[in-house]
Write a protein that binds this ligand. Structure first.
Ligand code: COA
Length: 186
């Protein structure tokens, strides 16, 4: 199994892979992530059609040419909210954690002062993730809301973030030469 060592900022050419990632999630996973009984058709209309990777902050960890873990960071006025999904076959091996940390780093690098999550009370892994990262977690109209105040990035964090985004530039150059689809999926 070939797991990318860092979360990549996804681009327009990843839209097909984003849809393929969502298509592999169960109805329960989709309900955890989108808070309604989402189907792929409804997501195409209500979510994918409105996604703009040039504007929306989408991070992915690639595994064997597919997006194994996907995060969407909704950023508004120095506040971010993050939604994360990991493909079922790759769960419970720390990918959610890795992507969650990358999302927090990204939010701090973008100047956010707070990051939030919202999930259902029966979503034990997501609540564990939030708690272990110091989020204040509590009930909010029947759901669980968590928030974490963010400090500005210190120089070491900024260097790490810059390094990751430079790797994105390299990956972008590669894609402009060879396309977005991985070699084994063409
Ligand atoms: C939530 C989700 C992203 C976690 O991904 P993952 O890769 O399995 O997570 P990790 O392996 O990094 O584990 C993260 C934490 O959850 C805990 N955990 C994992 N699976 C668990 C389970 N089935 N029950 C309880 N805790 C669990 C881990 O022990 C870990 O806790 P820690 O941070 O205290 O060490 C994944 O389960 C998922 O995609 N769920 C469906 C979509 C969803 O619910 N998204 C969140 C809504 S925003």
């Amino acid at each position: 199994m070939n797991i990318a060592p860092f979360a990549e900022r996804l681009q327009q050419c990843h839209m097909g892979l984003i849809e393929a990632h969502l298509a592999k999630l169960s109805p329960e996973d989709l309900a955890f992530r989108f808070f309604y009984p989402a189907t792929l058709d409804s997501l195409r209309e209500r979510y994918l059609a409105r996604l703009d990777p040039a504007r929306d902050v989408l991070l992915g960890i690639m595994i064997d040419g597919e997006i194994g873990a996907l995060a969407h960071l909704y950023v508004e006025q120095h506040k971010a909210e993050v939604g994360v999904t990991v493909l079922p076959e790759y769960r419970e091996r720390g990918l959610g954690e890795q992507l969650f940390e990358a999302s927090i780093l990204e939010a701090r690098a973008l100047g956010c002062r707070q990051i939030a999550i919202e999930t259902r009370p029966d979503n034990a892994p997501m609540i564990a993730l939030a708690r272990s990262h110091g989020f204040i977690v509590g009930y909010d109209y029947g759901n669980i809301a968590g928030r974490l105040e963010l400090r500005p990035l210190e120089p070491a964090g900024m260097s790490l973030w810059t390094f990751h985004r430079l790797l994105d530039v390299g990956a972008g150059l590669w894609r402009s030469l060879f396309g977005c689809e991985p070699m084994d999926k063409r």
